[in-house]
Each structure stands twice: as C-alpha cells, then as structure tokens.
Design a protein around this ligand. Structure first.
Ligand SMILES: Cc1cc2nc3c(=O)[nH]c(=O)nc-3n(C[C@H](O)[C@H](O)[C@H](O)COP(=O)(O)OP(=O)(O)OC[C@H]3O[C@@H](n4cnc5c(N)ncnc54)[C@H](O)[C@@H]3O)c2cc1C
Length: 509
C-alpha cells in the first residue's frame, strides 16, 4: 500500500469512514476555487473532522507519512488558497458551532467552520454585532477563512478587517505532535477569552492573514459590539473624474463623522453607467455622470445623532458632488433609504459586480493603498493596462481602474479588481502570467494585498518585496510551528526550509 493509502486508513480510524474519502467524484468536487487561471487540482483525500482533537490526530498522521495538508473553510477563495494538488485537504465546515455569545463581556466563541451567514443570522436578533459581518461570499465563507485571508466585509470601514475583531484563536500547529494552543487571554488557562493582549506576546497575529500556512484554526474568540439601530445610506456622484477628490472627501468624512461612518465604498463612473444601463427605471438607462460614485452608510445609537451625521455629510459633499437616488439600482428602494439589516442585500450585492461579463471570472488583484496616493495609483493602474493590453485576455476590460474601492480604517482603501479570465484549459497559462505580472506591479508601487493565496503570495516573492532578513525570519517562524513544512507549502513559494525562493524573483521592465 502507498503511504497515502496507509494514511487514509489511519485517518478513517479517527474520523470514521463517512468523513474521509479518496473517491474521484469528491476530489473533483473539491478541485477548484473561484479562479480561472488554476487548473482543476485533485487532493489525494478530503477529510472532514468534527473536533480539535480529530484535527490534531490528522496532523500527526500527515507528519508521520510526510504528506502535505491544506485547510479549507467555505472554499470561496479567489486566489488559489484552499485547493491542493495531492495531499490532504482538510475541510473544516463540520466544525460549525456557535459556542458562546457573551453579551456581558462583549465577546463570542465560535468554531472556525461556521459561516458568516449562520453567525450573523444568530446575532442579529440579539441587537449585537461582530462589527465586521463578513465578505460578499458570506453565505458559504467561514470565520476561519476570514481570519486566514484577512478578509474585509460589511462594517470594515468602521471596524477593520476580520483579524481586527479577533481576540484570540484555538489553533492546531502542523508539527508532528499536532500541538493545540490558545492565544490571547485564553492562553491563560484560568481566563476567559475576553481580550487579546496582556498574557503573552501577541501570538494571535501569527495566525492572522496567514492563509493557512502557520496553523489550522479551530476556534475563534471575536469582539462583540452593540449594533447601533439608526442607519442611513446616501449616494453621491462626484462632479468630475478626480480620485484626489475622493481622497479629500473620504478624509474629511472620516475626520468629521468619525465612528458614525459604517461603510464607504466608491464605484468608478463606467461601472455605475453599466449598472444604470440595466436599470428598470427608464430615466436612469442613459445616465450622464462625470465622476465616480461614493456610497456611504452612516449609523448612530440615537436618531438625533444620525441626523447630525447626515447634515455634516451633506455639507461635506455639497460643492463637489450631487446626490444620486438608490432607485437606480432598485425602484423599490427609497431615494435615500433608512438602512435595515437584510441578509440578502448583505451577501448578494457583490455577486453582480464580481464578474460583470458572462463566462469571465475575476483573477482578483485586490490590494490596499494609503488614501493620499489614490490619484497617483489610479494613473499607475491605467498605465499598466495600456502597456500590457495585448497580454490581457481578449474581451476583458483592461482600462478599468477598479471594480470598486472600499474605505478601511487608518486611511487606506482596498482597490477591488482584477482581470477577467475565461475558465478554460487553453487560457490558464497566459491568464496566470498576466495575473502575476499585474500583482507584482502593485507590490512594487507599495500596495499591500488582501488575500495571500498561492497566486498573490507567490507574486510578492517574485516581486522581491521581502528583505533577506525578513524572509529568514519568516522561514524560521514557519519552521518552529511546521518543522516538516507540510502545511500549505505552495504559498509564498515556501516548499521547504532549505528552498531558495530567490530563484522565483522576476525582473519586470
Ligand atoms: C462572490 C465572492 C465575494 C467575495 N467577497 C469578498 C469580500 O467582500 N471581502 C473579502 O475579503 N473577500 C471576499 N471574497 C473572497 C473570499 O471568499 C473571502 O476572503 C472569504 O473570507 C474566504 O473564506 P472561506 O471560508 O471560503 O475560505 P477558504 O476559501 O476555504 O480559505 C481561504 C484561505 O484560508 C485558509 N483557511 C481556511 N480556513 C482555515 C482555518 N480554519 N485555519 C487555517 N487556514 C484556513 C485556506 O487554506 C485558504 O488559504 C469573495 C469571494 C467570492 C467568490
């Protein structure tokens, strides 16, 4: 028997035969994320543990047979994160319990395989929120995926990325002992998981945004906030195509409205016009606008405070932008709505814009930039598209600056976007080339990416972004938790401790 078969038999003894498989139809079902540049990749086996002890035992067996492992939550990754060619794919979605909602001490405890949809549905009736309410993929994406991808979602303008609401984790280290540890205040075996700092160095951070390279997260301790009941949404179109103005206005809104600002996103003019052309309201079909759209959600604990926020917003926007009615998207909406929680809107708004052209899927290049550089980055993105337009997949839209911009705390914007690629074998190599090239160009103008799955983390290495000292530190940390380098080895080109990643550096012109 091969070592894979031996390992499969032993894992069967841990999870039971219903929860591990090497059947082809299951391997095929788990062979893709939403990413057109990657081929179908079949794991040697899929395993679905139910407890932290089972995860620990699986890790021990993987180490015994030196088989690589990749963790998977909802599999909604866009950058080749939760798929593996060969090895053990560990699907964590059976670990989906909400274990504690502690309203007294403002924290919750969940298993990492629970989806955002399930969590938010449970929390909403209580009047409490985790602040960030998960990504556009939140019907299937999990808390573990959010922590590992440093995901942003509804509420991130105010509350930050998913790791920013994390108070600690329970994690299985990928070492031969399958060590289980807890971080944050939970590292004190006598303490509740109520805060992140004050017991030990912040080892939680080691596992945040790690794309499943440093450990397998099994439980998360997250912040809880009161959900302010008064919310209002407003849209404004700028009087001209000026992204420096977007910076100035965002800065002012952040400064003057401060914690009353829940979400702020920006849609480029051409995309607003594309959406408007589909509008059921006739007057919007040929919308003439001159600048991008700013979509703003405000919130407050009192109606009078919300009214003050709205007055301030009106004043900030009056000389540079015009209000636009929400009826453009949906005639049933108010022109300027009071906002109510709605699971459908929360998780489905994104689907329409993630892949605006049928048969094309975004090879996502979402990255963060400081807001003051927005005008400059706008030009760099357009210049890149013009220079390499012949390498873009035919029919994609090279000239679009971003499919959306999303404001985060501390003065940075996520530039959401990518290259539309066809999900067919004949195009995968050229898709992958232009995807990496574009990502490298973003790394070199100082962009900080969002998710670090295979395509993005490898491109950062290829762009030669890390100093030798940093890279050595990274490898040493990885070796400490994963001495056999078995967990997610393709990410960052970290195939082994000895492996020379510098051979992947690409010198673009
Ligand atoms: C339609 C659509 C909309 C999206 N909207 C957004 C958005 O608004 N914001 C955003 O940031 N992203 C978005 N994404 C990207 C992605 O869905 C999110 O980043 C999401 O958080 C991934 O969660 P998941 O559970 O599906 O993770 P997976 O895809 O399963 O995994 C993501 C990464 O985390 C690792 N991982 C997963 N679980 C664990 C664990 N328990 N322990 C250790 N490592 C783990 C995996 O190995 C992988 O590298 C979107 C994707 C789609 C398809």
């Amino acid at each position: 028997m091969s070592k894979v078969n031996d390992a499969l038999k032993e894992i069967e003894g841990i999870v039971g035969q219903d929860f591990v498989t090497d059947k082809d139809f299951m391997k095929a079902a788990y062979s893709r994320n939403v990413d057109p540049a990657f081929p179908d990749r079949w794991a040697d086996m899929i395993v679905r543990p139910e407890s932290v002890e089972e995860v620990s035992e699986i890790v021990k067996i993987a180490n015994k047979y030196k088989i690589k492992m990749v963790p998977r939550g909802g599999g909604a990754d866009l950058v080749g994160g939760s798929v593996t060619q060969g090895g053990i794919l560990i699907d964590l979605t059976r670990m989906n319990k909400i274990l504690e909602i502690n309203k007294n001490d403002y924290y919750i405890v969940v298993e990492c395989g629970v989806t955002w949809g399930a969590l938010i549905s449970a929390l909403h009736p209580t009047g409490y929120t985790t602040g960030v309410i998960g990504p556009g993929s939140g019907f299937s994406a999990t808390i573990g995926g959010g922590l590992s991808n440093s995901t942003a979602g509804g509420g991130s303008t105010k509350y930050g990325l998913v790791p920013d609401i994390c108070l600690g984790v329970e994690v299985v280290l990928p070492n031969p002992q399958g060590t289980i540890i807890r971080t944050g205040s939970a590292a004190n075996k006598y303490a509740q998981p109520f805060c992140r700092y004050g017991v030990a160095p912040d080892f939680t951070g080691l596992f945040m945004g790690d794309v499943g390279t440093m450990g397998i997260k099994t439980k998360a301790f997250l912040r809880l906030h009161r959900d302010p009941p008064y919310k209002a949404a407003r849209m404004y179109v700028l009087n001209k195509e000026d992204y420096n103005k977007v910076f100035e206005l965002s800065h002012k809104i952040r400064f003057e409205i401060a914690e009353g600002l829940h979400d702020l996103s920006v849609l480029p003019r051409i995309l607003v016009q594309m959406v408007a052309s589909q509008s059921p309201v006739k007057e919007f079909k040929r919308l003439k606008i001159k600048g991008p759209l700013m979509n703003i959600l405000l919130e407050a604990t009192e109606k009078s405070i919300l009214d003050t926020h709205l007055e301030k917003l009106e004043k900030i926007m009056e000389s540079d932008a015009q209000p636009l009615s929400y009826k453009i998207f949906n005639p049933e909406l108010d022109a300027a709505p009071e906002w109510g929680y709605n699971l459908k809107t929360t998780f489905q708004f994104f689907q329409a814009s993630i892949s605006p052209m049928p048969s094309y899927i975004a090879m996502a290049t979402c990255h963060k930039i400081p807001i003051s550089t927005m005008g400059e980055v706008y030009q760099k993105i357009i210049d890149f598209s013009v220079k390499y337009k012949d390498e873009y997949p035919p029919g994609s839209f090279p000239g679009i600056f971003a499919s959306m911009l999303y404001f985060l705390p501390n003065g940075n914007y996520v530039v959401l976007g990518g290259i539309g690629g066809q999900n067919v074998d004949g195009k995968r190599e050229s898709n992958m080339d232009i995807w990496h090239k574009k990502t490298r160009s973003q790394v070199r103008y100082g962009g900080a990416h969002y998710w670090l799955g295979e395509s993005i983390s490898q491109s950062i290495v290829e762009a030669d972004a890390y100093t030798p000292e940093f890279l050595q530190f990274f490898k040493d940390m990885k070796k400490t938790v994963d001495p056999n380098y078995l967990l997610s080895p393709n990410k960052f080109h970290l195939y082994s401790y000895e492996y020379n990643t510098s051979q992947h550096i690409v010198k673009d012109d």
